[in-house]
Design a protein around this ligand. Structure first.
Ligand code: GRF
Length: 193
């Protein structure tokens, strides 16, 4: 069984979807740690409820990204974490984590990449007036929402959609597709190894 750490900065609905999938036996993984860079993030409450160990840090109390990422690496290695799952972690991953977890960091982004990378992807797509958007799950590299794509799912934007209904549709896909994709990837790896 793969050991994962989830990184999040916000509400943590994807964290919750992963936890729920594990509980009902759809995802064969154990969440060893939640890494969070904001003391006021709602995901911390969720992790407490789930009794998931938490490493919460304040980036401002470190001299550099390399410094806080080195501390994160220690926390991950202490728990033998295999994969890092980004779920709304609002920071670029630096070389310290990328080198240590090469090809073992996964992200979810609420658009069909390479369209609409960066912040507020749902709003960007809505304002651009595109008729189709979606969700992308990809390996993380040094870029902003770049890196090899693992899975994508498209959805239509209807005339009647508002930014709010669009966000609801996107999140519904995310909560199903993220655990499903992680499970498929882990299964594929277990066949290869
Ligand atoms: C999701 O839309 C995800 O695609 C993006 O950040 C959002 C996180 O939402 N990377 P939540 O904190 O999981 O609710």
């Amino acid at each position: 069984m793969k050991k994962i750490a989830i990184f999040a900065s916000g509400s943590g609905s994807n964290f919750q979807a992963i936890m729920d999938s594990i509980k009902i036996g759809n995802l064969d993984a154990s969440v060893e740690l939640l890494v969070c860079d904001r003391q006021d993030a709602y995901v911390l409450e969720r992790a407490n409820r789930e009794q998931t160990p938490i490493f919460c840090f304040n980036p401002k109390s470190y001299e550099s990204k390399a410094e806080f990422e080195s501390e994160i690496v220690l926390e991950l290695n202490k728990r033998n974490v295999d994969y890092i799952i980004l779920a709304g972690y609002m920071r670029l991953i630096g070389p310290t984590l990328l080198n240590e977890f090469s090809n073992r960091i996964i992200n979810i982004h609420p658009s069909l990449l390479p369209s609409f990378p960066g912040k507020d992807a749902i709003g960007q797509a809505f304002r651009a007036g595109v008729k189709v958007t979606g969700v992308t799950i990809h390996f993380v590299d040094e870029g902003m929402d770049t890196g090899p794509i693992i899975a994508q799912e498209a959805l239509n934007i209807d005339e009647s959609d508002t930014e709010i209904t669009l966000a609801e549709k996107v999140h519904e896909i995310e909560h199903r597709l993220y655990p499903e994709t992680i499970q498929a990837l882990f299964q594929k790896l277990s066949v290869i190894n």
